[in-house]
Design a protein around this ligand. Structure first.
Ligand SMILES: [Zn+2]
Ligand SMILES: [Zn+2]
Length: 425
């Protein structure tokens, strides 16, 4: 690291900065957000952002007022969204039932042909359930007993059960989904985040993710996501045809109304679920604090703030490897071997000033309208206003080491994926 000292061009205060990061002034906010997109939003867009900001502020107020005693409940908008999704799925069920009925009742006539058509439609509109990924390493309980035991312990605090599989990726993130018709639980563990966290912050991260299961977010998500997918398929079915004959023109005119309706329903579903999605994040954060302590949950938020820096670091490592491709093969393996440790050391070296800058950037940029997550600085503020929670789950060095050993192979594979550059494309 190289320290630069200069006077702020705006207020004259002395600025000490790390040459690897943005030079800015903490006294007057000079150059605090140089990458901010220069855009002049239109009136409608400004209105929408204003609404989103008020809506976000109100949400934060509600969540903070509830303190640590938040009750996960669905708001009215969620129920409406749920209802719409059930109607969409109901149409698919009706097509299926109609198809069967036509085939059975009309046997011996031409009706089963129409029945087969309806069954075909129902088949392409059917809900899909996630699958286990092929390329990333998937860990089962037998391969990582200590990791799964830790997940179980955190899950118990969140009031739910653990997961059935863990997939390890290089992402600077973690998430939970379900797979298969029986809705088995899958945790995506992104090493770009996991490796830069302290053991206690990792527990907070697990608390947040398992909190999504405990609060029913994944179940809700599957129903809504499948309805959106079904609507997408309908839109494809009524897409304009490339036919300039009279029939084509008539068909395109007939499709106009249903297509408009479908787009409207999709937009409505999106708007209806946005607020609940943001609320779900605050609720999951409360469980992060409950499991790993408030302090660890706040630390986790800080690490999330520097996620972009982590991504750039990994990209730089990959680029450096591409340049020195002529080097020995073993060198590449050594590079993969130490990648996550180098990343952890890099993140450890990020100065406090950069965290503070990123928090101020968050305040300046405000509430993202289309984002499903509230801005990190608000999530952090929310954790700090609630009464400080002690850790309900703790770990020791032996256990942390055992988990590290269980993850060793997956770490290596993920590191090689990063260095090959295949993860960025
Ligand atoms: Zn200044
Ligand atoms: Zn979340």
């Amino acid at each position: 690291m190289e320290e630069k000292v200069q006077a702020c061009p705006q207020c004259g205060t002395e600025i000490r900065s790390d040459s690897r990061f943005v030079t800015w002034c903490a006294a007057c906010d000079w150059n605090v957000d140089p990458a901010r997109p220069e855009e002049q939003p239109g009136r409608l867009e400004r209105l929408r952002r204003g609404l989103a900001r008020r809506h976000g502020a109100k949400l934060l107020e509600d969540v903070t007022a509830a303190g640590g005693e938040l009750r996960p409940h669905r708001d009215a908008a969620s129920f409406v969204a749920y209802g719409i999704a059930l109607v969409v799925h109901g149409v698919t069920v009706a097509l299926l039932a109609g198809g069967v009925l036509l085939a059975v009742v009309g046997w011996g006539t031409a009706l089963p042909v129409a029945g087969a058509f309806l069954l075909g439609l129902a088949w392409i509109l059917r809900p899909r359930f996630g699958r286990l990924p092929d390329e990333a390493p998937v860990l089962r309980r037998a391969q990582a007993p200590d990791l799964f035991a830790l997940i179980d312990e955190v899950a118990a605090v969140a009031g739910t059960r653990g997961v059935d599989a863990v997939v390890v990726t290089p992402e600077v993130n973690a998430s939970v989904t379900t797979y298969g018709i029986r809705q088995r639980r899958l945790l995506h563990l992104g090493l770009g985040l996991w490796e830069v966290l302290s053991p206690q912050q990792r527990i907070a991260l697990l608390g947040h993710e398992l909190g999504h299961y405990a609060n029913g977010d994944t179940r809700h998500g599957v129903i809504i996501a499948n309805a959106l997918r079904s609507l997408d398929t309908w839109r494809y079915l009524v897409a304009p045809v490339q036919d300039t004959s009279a029939v084509g023109t008539l068909l395109n005119m007939a499709y106009l109304l249903p297509r408009g309706l479908l787009i409207g329903v999709q937009m409505l579903l999106d708007r209806l679920t946005l607020r609940a999605a943001q609320r779900a994040e605050y609720l999951a954060d409360a469980l992060a604090a409950k499991a790993g302590s408030s302090e660890a949950a706040v630390g986790l938020m800080d690490r999330l703030l520097v996620a972009d820096s982590v991504g750039s670091f990994l990209l730089r490592e990959a680029n450096a490897r591409q340049v020195s491709r002529s080097g020995a093969r073993e060198r590449g393996q050594d590079a993969a071997h130490g990648l996550w440790d180098r990343l952890a050391a890099y993140v450890e070296s990020i100065p406090q000033g950069e965290y503070e800058r990123l928090r101020r950037v968050g305040v300046l940029r405000g509430h993202g309208v289309d984002s499903t997550h509230p801005p990190t600085h608000l999530r952090r503020a929310c954790l700090l206003t609630a009464a400080a929670a002690p850790a309900r789950v703790v770990t020791d060095e032996i256990r942390a080491k055992a988990i590290g050993t269980e993850l060793a192979e997956a770490r290596e594979k993920a590191a090689r994926r990063v260095l090959r550059g295949s993860w960025f494309s």
